[in-house]
Design a protein around this ligand. Structure first.
Ligand SMILES: [Cu+2]
Length: 112
């Protein structure tokens, strides 16, 4: 039953991502290379670094809404794929970053 629920959530998430893409197409922003068709969708977000845990390799962001996941703005922790990414994440800095879902966690894969 749990799997069914997760599948439903994923389906809604995909639909949301597709409609977000359609809107972007109309806006002609040029950033259309979204991986909504892959299993491991990459999400883009903007957030302010609130805390960094070097030992755990995690970062807490106060992030803005994430359309591709239908998330409102919130403060939450992410794991980083590579601890060197933490060098780009001084507390207080506002960055845009990419992340993927990995099991129950969210993993930052790139910081811009
Ligand atoms: Cu969040």
């Amino acid at each position: 039953m749990k799997a069914t629920k997760i599948l439903a959530i994923l389906t809604i998430g995909t639909m949301t991502a597709l409609s977000a893409n359609a809107q972007m197409k109309m806006d002609d922003k040029g950033n259309m290379d979204m991986s909504s068709k892959s299993d491991k969708a990459t999400h883009n977000a903007v957030g302010v670094v609130k805390a960094v845990d070097q030992a755990k390799g995690s970062v807490t962001f106060a992030h803005e809404p994430v359309k591709s996941l239908n998330w409102p703005s919130m403060t939450m922790a992410f794991q980083v794929k590579d601890k060197t990414l933490l060098d780009k994440l001084p507390p207080g800095k506002k960055v845009s970053f990419e992340f993927v879902q990995q099991g129950k966690e969210y993993l930052v894969t790139a910081v811009k």
